[in-house]
Design a protein around this ligand. Structure first.
Ligand SMILES: *Cc1c(COP(=O)(O)O)cnc(C)c1O
Length: 431
């Protein structure tokens, strides 16, 4: 069974203060998980996790992670701005972008971030616009299919990212000529996998490639970045990845490949997003509607604009009807939002306890790639984000959008200023 990290009583108190829908994050869970990750890789002297900001771009969350000595992995200009605002600098920021605009490279260089190049043509571009730093990383795309024990995990040959193997050798040589002193090697080959073997298999490939590149080019490779991809058990019957086993698997590959090659001082970096935050956030929503036609529907005050994963990927997110955990799941429902879009369904044919209007629902495992993928379709507004602190108190870490936020970019005409709209609304209410 999946248990929410808040009790029904606690949540009833929280919704008195903050109206639903909102995202709730569990600081205690985040910190404990962060410590497990660090412990699993403590054998590696330079180990550092660069949290993928895109998964949960909230400065308060990033601050918690900074206190756990994580760095950040940014992919865009605004993510770099957020990292700087939280106080990350220099080698605490990894910049892993693709199709990179010039101004993003300029900002990354100004912050002295570690740049992880996605393409060989970016070497010349970066040199021209911002100069080549002494430390740089390159992203590898081995092509083909990526398999673990004959199970195909993903198809890098279809992925837009990274350098080919030949380009790595050529790129490293070019970069050495341009004064690079320290190199990193990065690859991201499978997303959301709970297989304990993912990181060790990826590490083995990257370690071998690093040894080859060092021999071919003389490059001083100082870190290897296993990037993101470790998944979480979205379904109650799934097993989580055992991060200690993952750490031991990477260590074995390290000792078999890098140590004999005299590269035992290489640091291991990770850029986990989902694994770090996913289970420690949930979407809290209230049932506002029920209808029975050809099927039985439950309507929530949240919709796919707040959580896109079910609509976009048909992703499973577990749902708890708060206060009814002990009741039999003997009702079959489609749980929907209110978008004019028939894929706006958090669950289809889900067996749940009998639901009533006003019930509070928790949609689990939305701490990563949840709020972040939100949008404004149908004029729906983004929700608040709330941090449940270790001492049990709550802190509003992002307020909910208001219509004024939605209208903020329509500054072309006095006619459509939000103030006028409110005015006309109150006038029409009077008449
Ligand atoms: C998205 C992304 C991550 C994080 O992925 P998760 O699946 O959340 O672990 C890490 N690195 C890069 C370059 C990414 O694009």
């Amino acid at each position: 069974m999946k248990k929410p990290f808040v009790s029904t009583e606690q949540l009833k108190e929280i919704v008195k203060k903050y109206p639903t829908p909102f995202y709730l994050y569990d600081e205690k869970g985040i910190r404990e998980n962060a410590r497990r990750l660090k412990e699993a890789f403590a054998w590696n002297k330079g180990f550092k996790e660069y949290f993928a900001v895109k998964a949960t771009p909230n400065p308060y969350i990033l601050k918690v992670l900074k206190e756990e000595s994580f760095g950040v992995d940014c992919s865009s200009y605004t993510e770099l701005m957020m990292a700087e605002a939280v106080g990350f600098n220099d080698d605490e920021i990894m910049f892993s972008s693709n199709v990179t605009p010039k101004e993003d490279f300029r900002l990354a260089r100004r912050l002295n971030s570690i740049i992880n190049l996605d393409d060989i043509t970016h070497i010349a571009l970066l040199e021209k616009i911002a100069g080549i730093p002494e430390i740089i990383s390159c992203r590898y795309n081995p092509g083909g299919v990526f398999a673990i024990d004959n199970d195909i995990m993903d198809t890098p040959q279809e992925a837009k990212y990274g350098f080919t193997r030949e380009q790595l050798t050529e790129g490293f040589k070019m970069l050495i000529n341009k004064g690079v002193k320290q190199f990193g090697l990065h690859s991201f080959l499978a997303s959301n996998t709970v297989a304990n073997e993912y990181y060790p298999v990826l590490a083995r490939m990257l370690f071998k490639t690093a040894v080859e590149l060092h021999r071919e080019t003389g490059a001083n490779i100082t870190f290897i970045n296993l990037s993101g991809g470790i998944g979480i058990p979205y379904r109650p019957e799934e097993q989580p990845a055992d991060i200690y086993r993952v750490g031991r698997g990477v260590r074995k590959a390290f000792e078999e490949i890098l140590v004999p090659a005299g590269m035992d001082d290489v640091a291991i970096y990770t850029e986990l997003g989902r694994f770090v935050l996913g289970p420690y956030g949930c979407l809290v929503s209230t049932v506002i509607h029920q209808k029975r036609i050809h099927k039985e529907y439950i309507g929530l005050d949240a919709c796919a604009a707040n959580l896109m994963r079910p609509a976009m990927y048909k992703a499973y997110h577990h749902i708890t009807v708060m206060g009814k955990e002990q009741d039999a799941s003997d009702h079959k429902y489609d749980v929907t939002g209110g978008l004019c879009e028939n894929n706006d369904k958090f669950a289809i044919d889900r067996m749940l306890p009998k639901i009533d209007i006003g019930d509070l629902l928790i949609i689990h495992d939305t701490g990563a790639h949840g709020f972040a993928m939100g949008y404004n379709y149908n004029g729906k507004l983004r929700s608040a984000e709330i941090l449940l602190k270790e001492n049990g108190e709550t802190e509003l870490i992002r307020r909910a959008e208001t219509p004024a936020d939605y209208f903020a970019t329509f500054d072309f005409s006095e006619r459509y200023k939000f103030a006028d709209i409110q005015e006309s609304k109150s006038q029409s209410q009077k008449t």
